[in-house]
Write a protein that binds this ligand. Sequence first.
Ligand SMILES: Nc1ncnc2c1ncn2[C@@H]1O[C@H](COP(=O)(O)OP(=O)(O)OP(=O)(O)O)[C@@H](O)[C@H]1O
Length: 464
Amino acid sequence: MTVVRTRFAPSPTGYLHLGGARTALYSWAYARHFGGTFVLRIEDTDVERSTPEAVQAIIEGMQWLGLAHDEGPFYQMQRMERYREVLAQMLDAGSAYHCYSSKEEVDAMRERFSAAGDKPRYDGTWRPEPGKTLPPVPADREPVVRFKNPLDGDVTWNDVVKGPITIANKELDDLVIARPGGVPTYNFCVAVDDWDMQITHVLRGDDHVNNTPRQINILRAIGAPLPEYGHLPMILDHEGKKLSKRTSAVSVMDYPAKGILPEAMLNYLARLGWSHGDDEIFSMAQFCAWFNTDHLTSSAAQFDLEKLAWLNNHYIKQADNTRLAALARPLMEAQGARFDGAPDLAAALALMKDRTNTVNELADAAMLFYRTPQPDAALMTQHLTDAVKPALAQFAERCATVEWTREALAAMIKEVLAAHTIKMPVLAMPLRLLLTGQLQTPAIDAVLVLLGRELVLSRLKAAV
Ligand SMILES: Nc1ncnc2c1ncn2[C@@H]1O[C@H](COP(=O)(O)OP(=O)(O)OP(=O)(O)O)[C@@H](O)[C@H]1O
């Protein structure tokens, strides 16, 4: 049985966006499912656009998601010697050749083909063939290296997402695999890397479909085994355009700042292009156990913030309160929250978290317990009526001695209501205002328990 080896091979020309993250997730999960190896390879040969900051951003994004690579990161720029070695072998073997046509000449050839209604391409001037005499090598011109693409036949592969794909070789040019000076080009580097890194399964976006027949031909020419290929449909933005770091996509690392938990993002991305029956919510352990290429969707998926928020709500409810407190605390400090003598933050978040979609919303909601209540004067006049004041006074008095549990407090409130023949809201509304400054709070007995006897008594004393 083959040992599965997958890779994620981003170009470090910007942050990791959701499209890239899903590619990484599927490649990672596929390796995990089969007990294989997940390789990270940084395709940094676009020297103008690649930056070390982008490499860092990609690695950070993957770390946040917990997509640990088993090997790498390998940097293509550090593998130049190896590419030169393979180029030399190909030139020796005759599967590649030096081409001395100038850029102007190549442009003119392409124009000629276009004018004749053909696909613009290189005309093969320097392509060696048995019995063919090549033109004299021009002085002072550095050649490029071209791949000697087969002239006839087709390239066919059985794409694990899209099914069988066939491209005629005559559609494929003699690709430049090294620029003047010997700098290797993209498809060639990828083929050599996939060979050297013994990649068995290439899962990537379908923006790469056109590269695949070229890479397959190069792999064949160098005697390398072919990996399986799966081309995932693009993730589109809300306008239906491909998410791209050049335009609309947001960085994966914007989501922690928006209060999204990584497990929600992973679950969301897992479902964006793959399904397992009706299952919407599952752990990564479960996903890795389920994930293979059987249920990948072949149509494009649109990014849906609402669904992500829905999943995030689920994972916030599941999350450990201490972990949530660590995430919420700095957000609350930035809003001036005071934690001295205030209720335990984890306990406060536990009360609020059912109804919030993001950690940020949760932090905002919990602020109510961490600032001095400043109830609106009009609301106070409306709710702190003369009729309710005696009930409030009795309530405050009983607070001094009642057992400080939710049950005991609820029972005590009932007694006070009965004694004054008033209904719950009549007492609860002014209480909420006095204790928190707001009318909207969790259940009043829960609020009391959270605030604690001392704080409750001090806040009531001023008013009653
Ligand atoms: N919108 C998208 N939806 C799904 N997959 C994508 C999307 N954009 C890129 N990918 C895939 O993510 C992986 C990493 O790609 P890479 O880092 O090279 O991004 P890219 O294609 O350069 O993105 P961009 O177009 O934003 O510059 C590749 O497999 C690519 O096919």
